[in-house]
Design a protein around this ligand. Structure first.
Ligand code: F6R
Length: 611
């Protein structure tokens, strides 16, 4: 949730660190800071608010300090301690020779703080993180790597950590447990970050640290060890994102850019994965033989937020297309409810970032119970992707906007291709499989048709932007789509929006309806439409303004006199994707009309790496 950046080389560090922080701002922030390492001492600058506030301080710092070529920096999303300057990172030890930036939570910080205070340490923040600076100073015997490893042995909790000391100019030590940390390899310079987005302007060669590892990073060397000081060999991974993918370009917001990227993102997700000869899909990353696939008795999907909603669409696919009993777990619940995992149960963690703490915990629980863990992730080399061992990447490119958009569409497309594969492995005929493969192949074009209607969706959104409460209703695969549409609206426009199964309204929520409480009904022409039309009539009878999503030329819906967002006609399995894109645009334009900070919605962070 917080972001870490570090640089060591021969170029001035401050500008590189600021640039990295700006690229990480999307993860959530309330303050930021940097420590520049020079033999004559550390320079630590911190500021509350956006990274531009820190940039102002850097610009005002004396020129000689800005020439430091090694430093660490941080954007903070407050957990322990209010968003004040004294709580912003970096934190220094008392001698001001050691600086740390930390993501995660130190669970035993109170006990450590008490012991250190009794020893005479003075703390200057309310954070859990500050203990790390004092601990490292206490354990230091001339080697920062050894000191960090020794300090971390006393710590319980999670960390992505970067440390530097004026006693060793040019050196940064990083460590990870439960919070991502990646090292970017340059020529005579090296980088560290919590997220590859901070690095891709400089290098595409990265090394991902795994839990329990510490690494020393200097301009010329990277050395990885475990906490027992044993050397670890790790190959670098190539990142295929380019810088423009991580920039807004001509779009006012990342979210809008990513909504409009969906035809290309879907094309990348689908490319080479449909087999029109056999009417199936080819998902090599699943690494399961037809015999393995046939032995899967049950599927459990785990995810959070948007990824969980995609999983809920997938539940329909696996049961309907492949006939495999499937359930979806909120990932946070997975390990606490002691789920039933039979031999060969396939557990599918879904995570755009591949770093969400709850989903990662579900992966570990599933693996411990002997499940076939098959992840769906976007970020290549992310922790969930690596620990799952098998899976399917989205290839959607970096998703920077805090509100997830293209990841949802591509997750649903992957789930559909998985269901096609499993279906063909069981009861689906070649003809049926072929028909589905052909529909999947048309997804980029269908989504393009939705985007072509963006102006009309914007006009409708402007009219509906005045309302403070919404219900979104749908049936079948469009029920989770309604949940996702409501989530999009509430997270970026702060409008209260609830998704319901359309049949559920009359079991309670309908009592809230009146002329100030609109209902957005997903009335695509798929099985269940007649029932939705009945539900719309119930809402209209309660004077609720109704906005329907429907297919072109659908007189049945238009005759009801409600506003309509048109999406192209498709089968019920395909419908969630173009419909979700229309709902993303609707939420975006409502938020824009209400003047909200779309890419950095309040209280939210892109990647939730704490439980
Ligand atoms: C909503 C959103 C979140 C994420 C959730 C899981 O727009 O982005 O609900 O979907 O935090 O994140 P990942 O998919 O990275 O595990």
């Amino acid at each position: 949730m917080c972001g870490i950046v570090g640089f060591t080389g021969s170029a001035p560090a401050a500008g590189i660190l600021l640039d990295g922080l700006k690229r990480l701002e999307y993860r959530g922030y309330d303050s930021s800071g940097m420590a520049l390492n020079r033999p004559e001492g550390l320079l630590c600058l911190r500021a509350v608010g956006k990274v531009c506030k820190l940039a102002e301080k850097v610009a005002a710092a004396p020129e000689e300090l800005r020439r430091s070529c090694c430093g660490i920096a941080h954007t903070r999303w407050a957990t322990h301690g209010a968003p004040l300057e004294r709580n912003a990172h970096p934190h220094l030890d008392q001698s001001r020779r050691f600086a740390i930036v930390h993501n995660g939570i130190i669970e035993n910080y109170q006990a450590l703080r008490k012991r250190l205070t009794e020893k005479g340490c003075e703390f200057s923040s309310d954070t859990d993180s500050e203990v790390l600076a004092h601990l490292i100073a206490e354990t230091y015997r001339g080697d920062l790597l050894a000191a960090v490893a020794a300090a971390l042995k006393q710590v319980s909790g999670t960390y992505g950590l970067a440390v530097t000391t004026s006693l060793e100019p040019g050196r940064i030590v990083v460590a990870r447990r439960g919070s991502p940390l990646v090292i970017g390899l340059g020529d005579g310079e090296n980088y560290v970050a919590s997220d590859v987005a901070a690095l891709i302007a400089h290098t595409r060669q990265v090394i991902y640290l795994t839990d329990g590892e510490v690494a020393s990073v200097t301009p010329e060397h990277v050395e990885i060890r475990d906490l027992d000081n044993l050397p670890v060999e790790r190959e670098a991974t190539g990142i295929d994102w380019d810088v423009s993918q991580a920039e807004k370009g001509e779009y006012p917001h990342f979210m809008l850019k990513e909504i409009f990227e969906q035809p290309d993102a879907l094309a990348n997700t689908i490319r080479g994965r449909l087999d029109f000869e056999m009417g199936t899909s080819i998902l090599n990353g699943m690494n399961l033989s037809p015999r393995d696939l046939a032995a899967i008795p049950r599927i459990v999907i785990a995810g959070c937020g948007t990824s969980m909603h995609a999983g809920m669409v997938g539940e329909y696919y696996f049961e309907d297309i492949a006939g495999i009993p499937t359930r979806v777990e909120q990932a946070a619940e997975f390990r606490y409810r002691n789920p039933i995992i039979e031999p060969n149960t396939m557990v599918i963690p879904i995570s755009q970032s591949g770093e969400t703490a709850d989903t990662l915990a579900a992966v570990r629980e599933a693996a411990a119970k002997g499940a076939l863990v098959t992840a769906i992730c976007n970020v290549v080399g992310s922790t969930i992707a690596r620990e799952s061992g098998r899976g399917v990447y989205l290839h959607a490119g970096p998703e920077i906007g805090v509100a997830s958009t293209k990841a949802f569409s591509c997750q649903v497309a992957v789930l559909l291709m998985m269901a096609l594969l499993l279906g063909r492995n069981r009861r689906l005929s070649r003809t049926e499989g072929l028909a589905l493969a052909e529909e999947i192949a048309k997804l980029p074009e269908l989504v393009r048709q939705v985007l072509d209607r963006a102006d009309s969706i914007r006009d409708i959104a402007r009219r509906f932007a005045q309302y403070d409460n919404f219900f979104y209703i749908g049936r079948g695969c469009l029920h989770p789509t309604a949940l996702e549409g409501a989530l999009k609206l509430k997270e970026i426009s702060y409008v209260h929006a609830e998704g319901y199964h359309a049949a559920e309204l009359k079991h309670g929520p309908i009592s809230l309806l009146d002329e100030r409480h609109p209902v957005l009904a997903l009335a695509n022409d798929i099985p269940g439409k007649d029932k939705i039309i009945g539900n719309i009539q119930e809402c209209i009878a309660r004077r609720a303004p109704v906005l329907a999503v429907a297919n072109p030329g659908d007189a049945g819906v238009r005759d009801l006199g409600c506003d309509v967002i048109e999406v192209p006609r498709s089968s019920r399995f395909i419908a969630p994707i173009p419909t979700a894109v229309a709902l993303q645009l609707f939420a975006y334009y409502v938020a824009a009309e209400r003047g909200c900070e779309i890419d950095q919605p309040r209280n939210l962070a892109k990647s939730v790496t704490v439980e």
